[in-house]
Design a binder for this molecule. Structure first.
Ligand code: AMP
Length: 183
C-alpha cells in the first residue's frame, strides 16, 4: 500500500487485514511502538521520527526481516509504509525470494498536497501524533516525493499495479480496492 502521509494507507490496510485475515505491517506503527517502549531502537530513531525524516534503512530492514520470516504470517502480509526507498525495495525483493513469497498486488493511493495538509491537521486533533504538525507534514510529503516516488516507478510495471484516487471517501477507496482484489 503506497501513498504520501495521510493518503489513507493505514485505514485501507487495516480493512484488508480484517477482511482477508491477513497481517498489516505498518513500519510507522512498529517504529512508534519502539519509541513508546523506550527500546534501544526507539532511542535511536526518536529524533528522526519527530522531525518527519526517514529512519535508517538498516533499522527498518531488520524489523521487516523478523516478520517476513514469521511462518504464521507467510503469504499473508500487507505492507503499509514499506518499502519507502529503493534500497528497501531491493531488500524486500531479496527477503521475499529467500522466504519464497511474492508481491501479488500494489496499490498507490494518489493524493495531492492540499488534501494531505487538511487531512493531517484533522488527524493531529484525533491521534495527537508528534509528527503531524504543519512543518513536519510538509517535510514528510517532500521526503515521500523525493524518496518513495522512485520506488513506485520501480514497481509500476508490475502486472497488478493499481493507482487509485486517494482523495475519494474512505468507503469509495475500499470498494475500488476490493473490486480489484475480487473480495
Ligand atoms: P507513517 O506512520 O507510515 O506515516 O510513518 C511515520 C514515520 O515513520 C515516517 O515519517 C518515518 O520517520 C518513519 N518510517 C515509517 N516507515 C519507514 C520506512 N519504511 N523507512 C524509513 N522510515 C520510515
Amino acid at each position: 500500500m503506497f501513498g504520501p502521509p495521510g493518503a489513507g494507507k493505514g485505514t485501507q490496510a487495516k480493512n484488508l487485514e480484517k477482511k482477508l485475515n491477513n497481517f498489516q505491517l505498518s513500519t510507522g506503527d512498529m517504529l512508534r511502538d519502539e519509541i513508546n517502549k523506550n527500546t534501544e531502537i526507539g532511542k535511536k530513531i526518536i529524533n528522526n521520527m519527530n522531525e518527519g525524516k526517514f529512519v535508517d534503512d538498516e533499522i527498518v530492514n531488520k524489523l521487516m526481516k523478523r516478520v517476513i520470516f514469521d511462518p504464521q504470517k507467510k503469504n499473508k502480509l500487507i505492507f503499509d509504509g514499506y518499502p519507502r526507498a529503493i534500497d528497501q525495495a531491493k531488500n524486500l525483493d531479496l527477503l521475499l525470494a529467500e522466504s519464497n513469497q511474492k508481491i501479488d498486488f500494489i496499490f498507490f493511493l494518489n493524493v495531492n498536497k492540499d488534501v494531505i495538509i487538511k487531512r493531517i491537521e484533522k488527524r493531529k486533533l484525533l491521534e495527537k501524533r508528534s509528527d503531524d504538525d504543519l512543518d513536519t507534514i510538509l517535510r514528510r510529503y517532500d521526503a515521500y516525493m523525493a524518496t518513495t516516488k522512485p520506488v513506485l516507478d520501480y514497481y509500476s510495471s508490475h502486472k497488478n499495479y493499481h493507482e487509485i484516487d486517494g482523495s475519494l471517501e474512505i468507503n469509495q477507496i475500499t470498494r475500488k480496492i476490493e473490486e480489484i482484489l475480487k473480495v
